[in-house]
Design a protein around this ligand. Structure first.
Ligand code: GMT
Length: 380
């Protein structure tokens, strides 16, 4: 008989603005909406998790600042909280997003619990936990140990699975479960958002959303914008999940002060997704790029660098345009080609929306995690 009892799932992620935290938060919400009980365990309530939703709970990890420590330690208090929540809530599964240090903390937590009360551990790798920390001799062996001792390991793209094998030498099975996005309705009308942005009739909106980390290559994004012609027919709207001020001198130097609009830590991203004409992503590396998917779900094609897992999300010429990294001129020409051709833009946008629905919606992806949880959780 199929086991369809509701599960009790502990989720640990970084709560700040970033793809892994956003994905983990959305997954928690989707699981709760399907009747499962979800317990977030982190140092802060994740950015997009509502405080009052049924079956969604948050357990803060308190880190004490002992004078003895030159560097504050998060891993141990996190593991103690994970063990406490797993015991008190009888968790079936601990699902950790981003290996460092969450997967190690989960293993420690499991070891603190008596046999028979131990949840299954699922580790989802998101990107730099493999591509940056995986190469670091100070972290690599600990990550490999945590992956080898998790009950299941997933990556958000084929690309990242390959990199995890290559960089960490992990041989165990790794399942690819791509990211998903389920758009909510906008909170304001298109007209209201365009008015807020000070757009004139005919102004095109190029949208970029990211945490602005160096790997997102905001310098290349601005350089690309500075090469767009005609220069007074677009606005580059940046939804910043990080501090944009270091880039202000570059905006001035490139003569973009009247073209770039920055909004920080926006919760209702759908308000801006609905007014976008084209997305622009210039990352050095992405294992998936959730922001690209967010635009696709709104029928907006993007121009992006063909790096990492991006070609698994967007097929070049079918759902958007992919270009080699580092080439501001070619990126700019590609953006212009989409802004100049409304028919092609609409066709790519329709195909992008279809792909987002068919391959990367909650309905497609969340059941795969649930099925995985049932495989690893101890028999009840
Ligand atoms: O790996 C990171 O830099 C952090 C992580 C995050 O929290 O934003 O980003 C990664 O996870 C996202 C969600 O799965 C992916 O969409 C991003 O492509 C990925 N970033 C990189 O691979 C650089």
């Amino acid at each position: 008989m199929a086991d369809d009892r509701p599960l009790k799932v502990g989720i640990t992620c970084y709560p700040s603005v970033g793809g892994s935290g956003i994905l983990a938060s959305e997954l928690g919400e989707e699981l709760a909406a399907r009747g499962h009980e979800v317990h977030f365990i982190s140092y802060e309530r994740p950015f997009r998790v509502p405080a009052d939703a049924p079956r969604l709970h948050f357990h803060p990890v308190v880190v004490s600042g002992y004078d003895l420590f030159k560097y504050p330690d998060y891993t141990l208090p996190l593991s103690v909280k994970m063990a406490e929540v797993a015991r008190d809530q009888a968790l079936d599964v601990l699902h950790v997003h981003y290996a460092v240090p969450h997967a190690t903390a989960a293993l420690l937590a499991r070891g603190m619990l008596p046999p028979g009360r131990r949840p299954g551990i699922v580790t989802t790798l998101h990107g730099t936990d493999t591509t940056l920390f995986g190469r670091d001799p100070g972290y690599g062996p600990a990550i490999r140990h945590a992956l080898e001792n998790s009950d299941a390991v997933t990556t958000v793209s084929e690309f990242l699975r390959g990199e995890t094998r290559r960089l960490l030498g992990v041989q165990r099975p790794i399942e690819v479960i791509h990211n998903f996005f389920e758009p909510r309705g906008a909170t304001r009308s298109r007209e209201a958002v365009r008015a807020e942005l000070g757009l004139r009739d005919g102004d095109a909106v190029i949208l970029h959303l990211s945490n602005l980390r160096p790997i997102k290559r905001i310098d290349l994004l601005l350089e690309t914008a500075s090469r767009l012609r005609p220069r007074d027919a677009f606005k580059l709207v940046i939804l910043a999940g990080g501090d944009f001020s270091p880039y202000l001198p570059e905006v001035q130097r490139l003569g973009l002060a009247d073209r770039v609009i920055v909004r920080s830590n926006v919760l209702a991203i759908e308000d801006y997704l609905q007014v976008a004409d084209v997305g622009l992503f210039t990352s050095e590396l992405e294992s998936f790029c959730v922001s690209l998917l967010e635009l696709m779900a709104f029928g907006v094609p993007s121009v992006a660098t063909a790096v990492g897992g991006i070609p698994e999300v967007v097929r070049d010429g079918e759902h958007g345009l992919l270009l080699p990294a580092h080439d501001a001129d070619r990126l700019a020409r590609a953006v212009e080609s989409l802004l100049d051709d409304a028919t092609r833009r609409a066709a790519l946008g329709r195909a992008a929306r279809e792909r987002a629905r068919n391959a990367f919606s909650a309905g497609q992806i969340v059941p795969r995690y649930v099925e995985l949880y049932r495989r690893v959780c101890p028999p009840s």
